[in-house]
Design a protein around this ligand. Structure first.
Ligand SMILES: Cc1ncc(COP(=O)(O)O)c(C=O)c1O
Length: 289
């Protein structure tokens, strides 16, 4: 992310991002002087006509999207939505930075092809991925796919930031990919994550206030909750920590005008029993708020 930001962003450039979007992308783009504008989203991802309107208004340097099981919302863009977004980007000659670390963690069916694979899109997309969501969270080895002269700029930016990613990590990943059955690993992990996501969704129903909204993802690692009622989840977190449970308050996932009643919950680490206990604690925190 930082390599892309370093290579592409000049101070004052506008970058369009989903509303909400990935916290570290906000940090990387803003540190390099970008002005971020959030594009409205629905249960299917970024809304094409809103995207087109904001492109016309701001002539962004690029659009940053996480189409599959987005961090933080868990939302996955349908095939039709991907095509509609590609159509807007192609007609407006707008570059795309597509981040796809969660695509393989789909609970049903096959992973959806990236927007970069839509006809005409590969030349104007930088596609990012990482093994950290597939092999192990501590293994931060990623890769990017791009075409044309931008490859040189990206290479120079990577060299300027750090000459090389750690060689032992790269060798470990190379050995893993050569010797392990990644598909078999994913086949084992996907149903476990699916069961945990379902358990969290169900346990949430008994603690959420009336009118609260929660996403029901078909993949990835996160559930996104909007509590409403003027609840500030940054303050709620302090009470929750006293109860022995944590979540990520949603405000930091917004480029601007944060919805402070939102929060991101991760469902991948614990068994349904522990998830249930964690949500009991969150329920007590909500009652005390
Ligand atoms: C959308 C997104 N992109 C990129 C990353 C970073 O991955 P890595 O540090 O493994 O490159 C994460 C999570 O850590 C993420 O959620």
């Amino acid at each position: 992310m930082f390599v892309v930001a370093q290579a592409l962003v000049n101070p004052g450039d506008v970058v369009l991002v989903e509303r909400p979007t990935y916290l570290a992308a906000v940090q990387a783009f803003e540190l390099n002087g970008a002005r971020l504008i959030g594009v409205p989203t629905d249960e299917n991802g970024v809304i094409p006509h809103e995207l087109e309107k904001l492109i016309a208004e701001h002539s962004p340097k690029f659009v940053y999207l996480i189409p599959s099981f987005q961090n933080p919302s868990g939302v996955c863009m349908s095939v039709e939505r991907r095509a509609a977004v590609a159509d807007v980007l192609l007609r407006t000659h707008t570059a795309l930075v597509e981040d796809d670390p969660y695509g393989e963690l789909c609970f049903e069916g096959e992973p959806l092809p990236p927007i970069a694979s839509e006809p005409g899109m590969s030349a104007q997309t930088i596609l990012l991925n990482s093994v950290s969501k597939v092999i192990a969270p501590g293994v931060r080895i990623g890769w990017m796919r791009s075409e044309g002269p931008i490859q040189f700029t990206l290479t120079v930016a990577k060299q300027a930031i750090g000459l090389q990613s750690p060689v032992p990590d790269q060798l470990a990943v190379a050995r893993y990919l050569a010797t392990a059955d990644v598909e078999a690993h994913l086949d084992k992990v996907r149903p476990v994550y699916a069961m945990r996501a379902k358990a969290m969704y169900q346990s949430l129903q008994r603690i959420l206030p009336d009118g609260a909204e929660v996403t029901q993802p078909d993949g990835g690692m996160f559930l996104w909750v909007r509590l409403g009622h003027g609840i500030d989840t940054t303050r709620l977190l302090e009470i929750a920590l006293d109860e022995g449970v944590a979540f990520v308050p949603g405000a930091s996932f917004f480029a601007h005008d944060p919805d402070r009643s939102t929060m991101r919950l991760s469902f991948v680490t614990h068994s349904p029993e522990v998830i249930d206990e964690g949500l009991d604690r969150l329920g007590r925190a909500l009652a005390k708020y």
